[in-house]
Ligand binder design. Structure first.
Ligand code: OOG
Ligand code: NI
Length: 470
């Protein structure tokens, strides 16, 4: 009886992402401006391309095109991370991928909590890029101990959020009233607090060690630091940002503009300096400022196989050896040109990408394939491989969309929002084991996930072609 009244995890996630969007637009008006710009560009792109519009109408819900696709938070302790995992699980969001950002001068490692199945992603793809601060990378031992003590004392979840998460785990879900309360309680964790947990002096010391440490340790909770709607033309939004009074980061991260989009392209407006107050010695408050929150946009392409990803990483590295993008945007044009030129080595036709084994595709029967299934006899099943079924026009293939993140791009997003002078070196030290111990589970491997979707689609095709005569 009770089970029937549970709200689905997908619906809870949708309500959560809508509530986050409302809260963030109120808290950061520039983000609302970015949303307006994105809606305008998406609308213009679709009016200029009716074929694309039709395809999107068939596969996505058009009125939700410009909605948020992801957000990001930075946590301070293993206990916060493992509790966050339980909270996200109630919303059907699971940790996929491990990203080590120490190599890029940011003392965190991360995962993305996201829906994993095709149906869940279609219903609402919202994900949260979640980083855990690595105090072990901070050289100053005394400061590290103080930061640990401050973090240990804070409580980022409301008692209601903890209780409802436990209830959902015990009972297998939440009913309507429970789900509504859950969203309202969980949102509190992501809220901005303009009163710091620390004195101005302590903030400065944390800030001197790394701006990101100050951002995580000084506040009551892990305020959402950006949300990211989907754009259909990222170059256009990047170009128009100044006209809307918002300052874009220097360059678009990821691959260059292409006919066949690969992986993920993203850009953001630079984080805003916001007024905060610090604890004074006399129990009062002292005015200051903090820079953390921004808005981002993303445009996704095909998920690449390990071979394709290897090629992408190599070409990106090569481009950056030719021109390293400067934080002030002064060589953005040169960087764009180098990137485009180097990426000519990456095939830009779906059939070539498939033939070279660079990307993941979803296979389905064509109209001819659906008609022909009666004539494909069992004996042929083993003989006829996918390539000949495609050549005969029985099977077609579509790119599988990349739903994850890119460490070099993420580092670029972090850096541009930490201020231009914040570049700092750490010894590269990926530690996925440690991250998973803190998280309480292993993260899902994104390549296995895409390979699984591809394989299932192939089996469905073969099954459908032979089922009729079996
Ligand atoms: C996260 C930056 C990474 C992305 O889209 O790659 C990110 C952060 O600044 O906390 O969100
Ligand atoms: Ni982001």
């Amino acid at each position: 009886m009770k089970e029937n009244s549970f709200v689905s995890a997908d619906d809870i996630r949708s309500a959560f992402s809508a509530a986050m969007s409302r809260m963030y637009r109120e808290e950061v008006p520039a983000y609302g401006t970015l949303m307006e710009l994105v809606a305008r560009v998406n609308g213009e792109t679709l009016s200029a391309d009716s074929a694309w519009k039709e395809r999107l109408e068939a596969t996505d819900s058009l009125d939700r095109i410009s909605e948020e696709r992801h957000g990001a938070i930075r946590l301070g302790t293993p206990a916060e991370l493992s509790m966050m995992r339980r909270v996200f699980a109630v919303m059907g969001m699971y940790p996929v991928g491990y990203y080590d950002l120490s190599t890029a001068g940011v003392p965190v490692h991360s995962t993305a909590f996201r829906p994993v199945g095709d149906a869940a992603l279609k219903r609402n793809p919202f994900r949260v890029f979640t980083s855990l601060l690595r105090l072990d990378l901070i050289a100053d031992e005394a400061l590290r101990a103080e930061a640990e003590a401050i973090l240990k004392a804070r409580r980022i979840f409301t008692p209601g959020a903890m209780e409802l998460t436990g209830q959902a785990e015990r009972e297998g879900g939440l009913d309507k009233a429970g789900a509504e309360r859950f969203v309202a309680e969980v949102i509190e964790t992501f809220r901005w607090h303009d009163r710091a947990n620390v004195s101005a002096d302590m903030y400065q010391r944390l800030h001197d060690a790394h701006r990101l440490i100050a951002d995580v340790v000084s506040f009551k909770g892990p305020h959402i630091n950006h949300l990211t709607p989907r754009t259909l033309d990222i170059d256009q939004v990047q170009a128009l940002m100044p006209e809307y009074g918002i300052a874009p980061k220097a360059v678009v991260e990821g691959p260059p503009t292409r006919k066949c989009p690969i992986l993920l392209r993203q850009t953001s407006f630079k984080a805003l300096e916001e007024p905060v107050s610090f604890r004074g010695a006399d129990g009062g408050w002292k005015a200051g400022s903090h820079t953390a929150r921004f808005g981002e946009i993303e445009q996704r392409g095909i998920a690449l196989t390990p071979k394709g990803r290897g090629l992408y990483d190599r070409l990106l590295d090569e481009s950056r050896k030719i021109v390293r993008p400067a934080a002030d945007g002064s060589n953005a044009g040169e960087y764009g040109a180098a990137l485009a030129q180097v990426f000519e080595a990456f095939p830009d036709h779906w059939a070539e990408i498939r033939a070279a084994g660079l990307g993941y595709f979803s296979y389905s029967l064509t109209e001819k394939g659906r008609q022909a299934k009666m004539s494909v006899c069992l004996a042929e099943r083993g003989r006829r491989d996918l390539d000949s079924l495609i050549a005969d026009g029985l099977v077609q293939f579509d790119p599988i969309v990349y739903e994850d993140f890119l460490p070099v791009s993420a580092a670029g997003i972090f850096q541009s929002n930490l201020g231009d002078g914040a570049q700092q070196d750490f010894v590269a030290s990926p530690n996925q084991k440690r991250f998973e111990t803190d998280l309480g589970v292993a993260v899902l491997n994104e390549f296995d996930h895409y390979a699984g979707i591809e394989q299932a689609s192939i089996e469905d095709c073969l099954q459908a072609l032979t089922a009729a005569v079996a």
